[in-house]
Design a protein around this ligand. Structure first.
Ligand code: FES
Ligand code: FES
Length: 155
């Protein structure tokens, strides 16, 4: 049994120790906002925050996370001190600028963007490009960058 905090709640995890966090979130805890894309830490669809740091849940064995605090897209507003049903500013910007197309990659994009802005509230374009390495088959990269620049006060 492994104990970790997920979206502010302590959870006892029953999965095998080497189970990737992604499947614990989706299959054991029912948090399906975190997506499976590649499974090899390449696409970022599964991005969550672990102790505030963006990480790729498909490649994190849950045993390595004992005692950690995990935030998923479902818990993003509350992690910023907002009501659980509120929209995080990154989510609102994504709506305002109509960033998503099919949407599949976007929870990972939002989690990566939120972590970037938390660490660096006014990122430059090179800093955005360095931090947002998530892949999007729909090519939403220009709007992702515009939304982050707007949140940073640069657009
Ligand atoms: S599914 Fe985790 S990085 Fe692609
Ligand atoms: S919005 Fe479709 S894959 Fe990114």
């Amino acid at each position: 049994m492994i104990t970790l905090t997920v979206n502010g709640q302590p959870r006892q995890i029953e999965a095998e120790a080497d189970t990737p966090l992604l499947w614990v979130l989706r299959d054991e805890l029912g948090l399906t906002g975190t997506r499976f894309g590649c499974g090899v830490a390449a696409c970022g669809a599964c991005t969550v925050h672990v102790d505030g740091v963006p990480m790729r849940a498909c490649s994190l064995p849950v045993e390595a996370l004992a005692g950690a605090s995990v935030t998923t897209i479902e818990g993003l507003p509350a992690s910023a001190g907002l009501a659980p049903e509120a929209l995080h500013p990154v989510q609102q910007a994504w709506i305002d600028l109509q960033v998503p197309q099919c949407g599949y990659c976007q929870s990972g994009m939002i989690m990566a963007a939120a972590a970037l802005l938390q660490a660096n509230p006014k990122p430059s374009d090179p800093e955005i490009d360095a931090a947002i390495t998530n892949l999007c088959r729909c090519g939403t990269y220009p709007r992702v960058r515009t939304a982050i620049r707007r949140l940073g006060g640069a657009a």
